[in-house]
Design a protein. Structure first.
Length: 369
C-alpha cells in the first residue's frame, strides 16, 4: 500500500510529462526493498589476507610512528619523512614496516593541522595482495583536532560507499583506526579514524581499463551514460568542485576493449560537498552562494528523456542509499538526521516535473568544458 502511494505521487508529479520506460521501471523499483548489510564490530585483526583489503567493511587497526611536529611544520615542502607502519596479521602478530610519508592535498594542507598522508611503499613487501602492488597509498585523515572533524571524515568516507552502489568504476575505501605515535616522544599519541582510498591503477585493473592522464579532455570524450550518472550523483551530494578538463577531482579510465570508444570519469575528494557540509567549504562556482548545501548542476547537455532514464538508477538504489546511511554505526544522531534530510531534498527536487528545465537545462554545458 505504501509503495503504491509513492508511485501514485510520482505519477502525479509527472502527469504532464509521461515517460513510459521511466515510470514502468520506477514502479518496479519502488515495489522492491533494497538491503545493505550491517557494519560488523571491529576486531583485533588489522590485516586479514583476503583478495583485497577493500573486500571488508571492518576497520583496520594500524599505527604510524614518525616525527609529528616535523610533519606538521614541513607539510608544504613535499618532502618524504621516514616512518614505521605497524599492523597486525590475522594471528595478531604485529608487523613493522619502514616506509616514508608525505603530506598531500592542495587545499587541505592549508586547512588542516593534520593533513591527509601519502604512504610510500617503494621496496616494501607486505605479503598482501593489494599492498604489494601499490607504491603510494592515500590516507585521508581527521584534518583538525576538534572531534567534529571525525564526523566530517565519516561523511566523506560514506560518499565513496554510496557511489560504489552505482558503479564498479568507483574508488573503494576502507576505514582505519590509526594511532599516530611521535618518534621524538614530544607529542602525545593521537588516536583517530582515517580511511584508505583504493589505488587508481588497481581500480583501473579490476575494471579492465587503463588510466588516461590527458588534461585537455572534455565531457564529450566521456561515455554518455557514465557522464550523466556522475553528474546526477554529484548533484545528489551537492558537489560542484570537479571538472573533466584539467582532471580536477576526477580520474579518467579507458577500457582496454578497443570497441569501447569513450572514457569513464571517476570522482574523488568530496570534503566540500553540501552532503559533508564542512565549515570551511565554499561554493567554488559561485562564491556569492552562502551555503555549500545549495545544489547546482554541473554536467553536459543531453535530452530530458536521456537524463530521466539515468535517473531511474537513483530510484533503483534509493532504499539501499537510505539503508547505508541509517545503518552506518559511526554517525552520531545529528549527522545522520542532517544527511537523511539532505538526501530527502534531492529526491524531492528530482521528482518535480520541472526538474530538468529548472536545474539541468539552464546550467548544462553544450561544449567540451
Amino acid at each position: 500500500m505504501k509503495n503504491s502511494i509513492k508511485l501514485n505521487m510520482v505519477c502525479l508529479y509527472h502527469k504532464t510529462r509521461v515517460y513510459p520506460f521511466f515510470l514502468f521501471a520506477l514502479g518496479l523499483l519502488l515495489l522492491s526493498n533494497g538491503t545493505y548489510g550491517q557494519f560488523v564490530d571491529p576486531i583485533n585483526d588489522s590485516l586479514v589476507h583476503k583478495h583485497n583489503i577493500f573486500d571488508s567493511d571492518e576497520p583496520l587497526f594500524w599505527s604510524l610512528t614518525f616525527d609529528i611536529r616535523k610533519f606538521r611544520k614541513d607539510k608544504f615542502k613535499n618532502e618524504k619523512l621516514p616512518a614505521v607502519l605497524t599492523y597486525f596479521k590475522k594471528d595478531s602478530v604485529s608487523v613493522h614496516k619502514d616506509i616514508h610519508i608525505e603530506a598531500r592535498g592542495v587545499s587541505r594542507k592549508e586547512l588542516c593541522n593534520f593533513p591527509p598522508i601519502k604512504l610510500k611503499f617503494k621496496k616494501v613487501s607486505f605479503d598482501d595482495p593489494y599492498l604489494d602492488q601499490v607504491k603510494n597509498q592515500k590516507l585521508v585523515t581527521h584534518c583538525n583536532q576538534s572531534k567534529s572533524y571525525d564526523q566530517l571524515l565519516m561523511k566523506e568516507y560514506l560518499v565513496y560507499k554510496l557511489y560504489n552502489v552505482f558503479t564498479e568504476q568507483s574508488f573503494r575505501v576502507r576505514l582505519v583506526k590509526m594511532n599516530y605515535i611521535d618518534s621524538e616522544k614530544k607529542v602525545k599519541t593521537i588516536s583517530r579514524y582515517a580511511f584508505l582510498i583504493e589505488d587508481v591503477k588497481v581500480l583501473a585493473d579490476r575494471n579492465d581499463c587503463y588510466q588516461v592522464k590527458l588534461k585537455n579532455l572534455g565531457m564529450t570524450h566521456m561515455d554518455k551514460g557514465s557522464m550523466m550518472q556522475l553528474s546526477l550523483f554529484q548533484f545528489l551530494v551537492g558537489n560542484v568542485d570537479w571538472s573533466i578538463p584539467g582532471l580536477h577531482n576526477i580520474k579518467v579510465l579507458k577500457s582496454k576493449d578497443v570497441s569501447r570508444e569513450y572514457s569513464f570519469p571517476v570522482p574523488y575528494d568530496f570534503d566540500v560537498t553540501g552532503y559533508v557540509n564542512a565549515s570551511y567549504a565554499t561554493n567554488v562556482v559561485d562564491p556569492e552562494i552562502t551555503s555549500v548545501k545549495t545544489r547546482m548542476f554541473v554536467g553536459i547537455c543531453f535530452t530530458e528523456e536521456e537524463y530521466m532514464e539515468v535517473l531511474v538508477e537513483f530510484y533503483e538504489h534509493k532504499n539501499e542509499i537510505y539503508s547505508i546511511i541509517k545503518n552506518f554505526e559511526y554517525f552520531d544522531d545529528k549527522s545522520r538526521k542532517e544527511i537523511i534530510a539532505y538526501i530527502d531534498k534531492f529526491y524531492s527536487i528530482v521528482e518535480h516535473p520541472k526538474f530538468y528545465s529548472k536545474h539541468i537545462r539552464p546550467r548544462c554545458k553544450t561544449y567540451t568544458n
